[in-house]
Design a protein around this ligand. Structure first.
Ligand code: HEM
Length: 221
């Protein structure tokens, strides 16, 4: 085993800031929805709007980071070893089997994580964000201080936004469980805090080496 630098400084900041903002948006959003009362309706609306601007800003910066560093390539989906990875989580893990895919600096996500995180970034987050922005623009004031109501139906905007919120909470619960399935229950969480993870020194196959080398070359380009 040796310590490998997996998650860079910005990546860790972005990950935890996004997690905190989504949890805060879930709390204030469901208070607006009427599920419970913590801050009071008016404050919950104000906090929800402020946090949503912070999340939008964070997402814009993180998109820039993913493209300028080439890290977006980590999310290119693959079906190679996907079945093995799913079977590992469903069966193998309970028999103490080894992870079917080796984690490296240039391949930090397993095939299942690639697909799930890509869907998170390309479907779930945009759906919640766009419906949230449309929600925000639904009732505004013009330059004469007159209320302007958009002509799209608020019910469907609220439906997609609430659905996005529920799916984000489901994602969060499954995600937290999955983080405990690394080498030790806390190794993945520690890696996202310190950046470093203890990984096997096991020799990789020629094929894996080739893939890693190709990716290194692509990232360098
Ligand atoms: C950039 C992202 C987001 C924006 C722009 C946004 C915007 C809004 C707006 C404008 C409302 C209506 C209340 C109000 O007038 O302030 C709302 C409600 C709500 N938001 Fe968000 N939001 C965002 C992200 C989230 C996230 C990440 C969650 C949960 C994980 C969430 C959960 C909710 C819920 C549950 C409601 C109540 C929906 C209803 O009852 O109709 N929002 N959001």
């Amino acid at each position: 085993m040796s310590k490998v630098y997996i998650y860079k400084g910005f990546e860790r900041f972005w990950h935890w800031a996004q997690a905190l903002l989504i949890m805060f948006l879930a709390i204030t959003g469901f208070e607006v929805h009427g599920t419970f009362e913590i801050f009071g309706f008016e404050k919950a609306v104000e906090f929800h709007r402020t946090a949503s601007w912070l999340l939008i800003g964070l997402i814009i910066i993180s998109i820039f980071w993913h493209f300028t560093t080439g890290e977006w390539r980590q999310y290119i989906p693959t079906t190679k070893k996907l079945k093995e990875q799913i079977m590992y989580y469903l069966v193998g893990i309970f028999k103490g089997e080894h992870h079917p895919t080796a984690k490296t600096q240039l391949r930090k996500l397993n095939p299942l994580q690639r697909i799930v995180y890509l869907a998170f970034k390309l479907v779930l987050i945009p759906m919640t964000l766009i419906s949230g922005i449309l929600y925000m623009l639904y009732k505004t004031f013009d330059e004469n201080n007159m209320v302007v109501v958009e002509d799209y139906p608020l019910e469907s905007i609220a439906f997609w936004h609430t659905l996005g919120a529920i799916l984000l909470i489901v994602f969060l619960i499954i995600h937290v469980y999955m983080t405990t399935t690394g080498e030790t229950p806390t190794s993945n969480i520690n890696a996202m805090i310190t950046g470093y993870e203890d990984l096997d020194d096991e020799e990789e196959s020629d094929e894996q080496h080739k893939e890693v080398n190709e990716k290194t070359n692509n990232i360098k380009k």
